[in-house]
Design a protein around this ligand. Structure first.
Ligand SMILES: Nc1ncnc2c1ncn2[C@@H]1O[C@H](COP(=O)(O)OP(=O)(O)OP(=O)(O)O)[C@@H](O)[C@H]1O
Length: 369
């Protein structure tokens, strides 16, 4: 590189350029310019601002808590299990009041079980025997309830018997009747409290309106006429999910209570809350419904440990929430980008129109300013 080239290159970084404006009085170019400006303006106002609300941002730093409380009582006087009275402490599991809770609607109760020997269920083909050697001592019965003692208990005169087992005896009672045990479960009420907090903006919201008093809560029930009441009747919830309570209460199921928050945090915080209810388990499958077993342990007068086994059927409620929060972003309209686009377009137009280079002086509609 020659010495002159090098000096030109080095000094060029200290040069300062000014812009040169061209004014064209051609009405077609002017009209096109204004139409382009109008188009960009309309695009920004209508699409970017009104339709897309692109000036807003979504806040993902949302904290939320769900607290539930269930109330109701149920009484049943039956010939096989006697008087049975239930209140929420008995039929709600767990009692913590979380966003997932289970309401017992039906059960098979087997009281006074203790660890001793008894006959395995005769319905279990793996426990059928004709002699003691068919019941190897210490071996668990496949799909059974206990461990074989080595004795075959012959009950009938046909020589067929059932293996004796060491287990919690007596074994679990036979399946429940068609009638559900907690008949009044349909009328139980669920109170769902949901608090959400937008930690970035220190804004809190709850599904309970400030004006709602304790007496309102005592009497209100969620329904088409009172969509802002946070107390739901169990039977209605099941209906809203498109199911029949009596059918669902017999074998149990899972229902989702979905709380959909749509909050606009611009200016004043406005949140719209919408509830929807869906059944989550597949009631038509071979193993439909929802049940599990648990036991309550106690001792008799001699200090022997006993238990009351319960196979419970019921409805598990999952409270889920979707929160959509939009708020004005610290947005900057990309002015430089917009100007670049406009100027690029117009240089093309002017070029096409002959307003460039030497052609500038030959075209009377191009004025240099
Ligand atoms: N599942 C429910 N069904 C109907 N009302 C309810 C239910 N849960 C709570 N409430 C009522 O809503 C109001 C607010 O309940 P909150 O739990 O805040 O107060 P509380 O005094 O602890 O209620 P309580 O002692 O009655 O359980 C109370 O009047 C309460 O009786």
């Amino acid at each position: 590189m020659s010495q002159v080239d090098c000096r030109t290159l080095c000094f060029s970084i200290f040069y300062y350029k000014t812009q040169k404006y061209l004014l064209t009085t051609d009405i077609r170019v002017g009209l096109l310019y204004r139409l382009t400006q109008l188009g960009i303006l309309l695009y920004l106002l209508w699409w970017v601002f009104l339709e897309q609300k692109s000036y807003q941002t979504i806040d993902n730093s949302i904290e939320s808590s769900v607290i539930s409380k269930i109330k109701g009582t149920s009484y049943r006087n039956s010939s096989d299990s006697g008087n049975n009275f239930w209140d929420s402490t008995d039929f709600v599991l767990p009692s913590l009041g979380e966003n997932v809770f289970f309401i017992i609607t039906n059960l098979i109760m087997t009281p006074n079980q203790r660890q001793t020997t008894c006959a395995e269920s005769p319905k279990n083909p793996n426990a059928q025997c004709s002699q003691d050697s068919d019941c190897p001592k210490g071996k668990s019965v496949i799909r059974g309830n206990g461990v074989m003692t080595g004795n075959c208990l012959i009950a009938g005169g046909d020589g067929s018997g059932t293996c004796e087992i060491f287990a919690w005896c007596p074994l679990e009672n036979s399946p429940h009747s068609k009638k559900i045990v907690l008949e009044n479960a349909e009328n139980f009420t669920i109170y769902v409290k949901n608090h959400i907090r937008f930690s970035k903006f220190n804004i809190s919201k709850t599904n309970l309106r400030e004006a709602q008093s304790k007496s309102y809560l005592k009497s209100c029930r969620f329904g088409p006429d009172s969509m802002d009441c946070p107390i739901f009747r169990v039977g209605n919830l099941v209906n809203y999910s498109g199911n029949n309570f009596q059918a669902m209460a017999k074998d149990g199921g899972v229902i989702e209570i979905q709380m959909h928050w749509d909050c606009n945090l611009d200016f004043t915080t406005v949140c719209k809350l919408h509830y929807s209810f869906h059944r989550l388990d597949n009631s038509n499958s071979v193993s439909g419904g929802y049940n599990f077993r648990f036991a309550r342990y106690y001792q008799d007068a001699n200090g022997v440990e006993l238990r009351k086994l319960m196979k419970v059927y019921g409805i598990r409620f999952d409270v889920l929430h979707l929160i959509l929060a939009s708020i004005s972003a610290d947005w900057i309209i990309p002015c430089s980008l917009r100007d670049t686009v406009i100027s690029l377009c117009f240089s093309c137009i002017l070029h096409h129109h002959g307003c460039h280079g030497t052609a500038l002086h030959q075209n009377p509609s191009c004025v240099e300013v």
